[in-house]
Design a protein around this ligand. Structure first.
Ligand code: PLP
Length: 384
C-alpha cells in the first residue's frame, strides 16, 4: 500500500537521535536546529526521558480516563510550579490541534457564544475548528469553512474592539509569537488592551503556546513577558519531546462538568511519564536559562552577517530574515553541511527551533556553514 502523499519529503532517513543530532541509516550526522518542528525540547534520546518511558511502559502504558491516574496530578503540580502560574486547571490531550480545538470548545461552552476572532498569519492546526481559524485558505476544506470565524490584523486594537462589541464572540485566539506565520509578535500594549476588552465583553482570551511554550523562548510561556493572564493556554510540541502529548490550562473561574471534554488517549500513563521527565529535565538542566543565553549569542552572531536584515523571535524560537528567498540556502545547509533548519510562510525567513539543550558551539558550526553557503551563492551568482 502507498502512503497518502501529503508531505513533500527530503530524501533523508534519520534512524537515530542523540542530543542535538540525528543520524541517517548510513551513520551520517545532522545538526538539528529544527527540533523536528520545535518538538524536541530536552534533546533526542535524553537518558531521563528514555528511562522514564521504559520504566512506565513496563509497568502500565495505558488505561482509560475513567480511573485515577496520579501521574496526571503529578504533571499538573510540576507544570504549575515550573511555569509559575496559579489558579488554572489542566486538561490533557494528544496534539496541538486538539489542544486548541478543546480551548475553543471550553470558551464557547463558558460564554454561550460561537464566533472566534483570529489574526492574520495565524496557524492553529488542521482539525475542523482550528483550521477554520488558521490564515491559510488552501488547507481549509469546504466543510471547515462553516465555522463562525473572523480574521483581523495583528496589533490592531480598534478593529478588535469593533468585533467584540457585537457580543457574539466566544474567544480571541493568538500565538504570542507566530510560528508558521513568520515569528511576528505584537507589542505588550496590544496584548494588554486585548486582555482588557476581552474581560469587558466576557470573551475568553486564548494563548496558543503550542510552539512558543515550554521554555522555548527563555520564559516558560511567551505571554509571561507581556503581563497578561490568558483565560486558556494551549500547549503541545515541546511538552513530550516527541511523545504525542498536548494540554490546555483553563482558568479556575471556568467550571467543568462531566462530559464537557474528553479523549481516549489524552493524559495516558506513558504520555504523563514522558511529560514529567521533560519538566524535570528542563528544571534540572536550567534549560530556560540556556535558551535565553544561547539566544543572545545567536543574535550577536547574526547581527554580523550583512545578508540578514532582521532577527525575529525570542529565545530558541528565532527567525533570520534574509534579503532573498531562503529555499536554496536551507537545502545547501542540509545537504552540504548536514544542518536541519526550518522555513515559514515568509519565504525569506530561516527558522531556528533547536532542542533547548543546544550550546553556543553548535551555533559556531552553523554560522561557519552559513557564511560558506553565502560565499558560494555569491560566487555562483557572479559566474552565472
Ligand atoms: C502555534 C501552533 N498551534 C497549533 C499547532 C498544531 O499542532 P499539531 O500539529 O500538534 O496539531 C501548531 C503546529 O505547528 C502550531 O505551531
Amino acid at each position: 500500500m502507498e502512503l497518502f502523499d501529503v508531505y513533500p519529503l527530503y530524501n533523508i532517513t534519520p534512524v537515530k537521535g542523540d542530543g542535538c543530532y540525528v543520524y541517517d541509516k548510513s551513520g551520517k550526522k545532522y545538526l538539528d536546529l529544527y527540533g523536528g518542528h520545535a518538538v524536541i525540547s530536552i534533546g533526542h534520546a535524553h537518558p531521563n526521558y528514555v528511562q522514564a518511558i521504559q520504566t512506565q511502559v513496563a509497568k502500565l502504558g495505558f488505561y482509560s480516563n475513567s480511573i485515577n491516574n496520579p501521574l496526571q496530578n503529578e504533571l499538573a503540580g510540576k507544570l504549575e510550579r515550573i511555569a509559575g502560574i496559579r489558579d488554572y486547571a489542566l486538561f490533557l490531550c494528544s496534539s496541538g490541534a486538539e489542544a486548541n480545538e478543546n480551548a475553543l470548545k471550553v470558551a464557547s461552552f463558558h460564554t454561550g457564544k460561537d464566533r472566534i476572532i483570529y489574526f492574520e498569519n495565524a496557524f492553529h492546526g488542521r482539525t475542523s475548528g482550528v483550521v477554520a481559524i488558521t490564515d491559510n485558505e488552501t488547507i481549509k476544506a469546504p466543510f471547515n469553512k462553516g465555522h463562525k470565524a473572523t480574521r483581523l490584523a495583528f496589533n490592531n486594537i480598534a478593529a478588535l474592539e469593533t468585533e467584540l462589541k457585537k457580543k457574539d464572540v466566544a474567544a480571541v485566539i493568538f500565538e504570542v509569537i507566530q510560528g508558521v506565520g513568520g515569528l511576528d509578535e505584537a507589542d505588550s500594549g496590544f496584548y494588554k488592551a486585548a486582555a482588557d476588552i476581552c474581560k469587558e465583553y466576557n470573551v475568553m482570551l486564548i494563548a496558543d503556546e503550542v510552539q512558543s511554550g515550554y521554555g522555548r523562548t527563555g520564559d516558560f510561556f511567551a505571554f509571561q513577558r507581556h503581563g497578561i493572564r490568558p483565560d486558556i493556554i494551549s500547549m503541545a510540541k515541546g511538552m513530550g519531546n516527541g511523545f504525542p502529548v498536548g494540554a490546555i490550562l483553563i482558568d479556575n473561574k471556568i467550571t467543568p462538568r462531566y462530559g464537557m471534554l474528553g479523549t481516549t488517549f489524552g493524559g495516558n500513563h506513558l504520555a504523563c511519564a514522558a511529560a514529567i521527565s521533560v519538566l524535570d529535565t528542563i528544571k534540572e538542566e536550567n534549560l530556560m536559562q540556556n535558551a535565553a543565553e544561547v539566544s543572545e549569542y545567536i543574535r550577536e552572531e547574526a547581527a554580523k552577517i550583512s545578508e540578514i536584515k532582521k532577527i525575529k523571535g525570542r529565545g530558541l524560537m528565532i527567525g533570520l530574515e534574509f534579503d532573498f528567498e531562503i529555499a536554496a540556502l536551507r537545502k545547501e545547509l542540509l545537504f552540504d553541511f548536514q544542518i536541519f533548519t526550518g522555513a515559514s510562510s515568509n519565504k525569506k525567513l530561516l527558522r531556528i527551533l533547536p532542542p533547548l539543550t543546544i550550546q553556543k558551539e553548535h551555533f559556531q558550526v552553523f554560522f561557519e556553514a552559513l557564511r560558506q553557503v553565502l560565499i558560494n551563492q555569491k560566487i555562483s551568482s557572479e559566474t552565472s
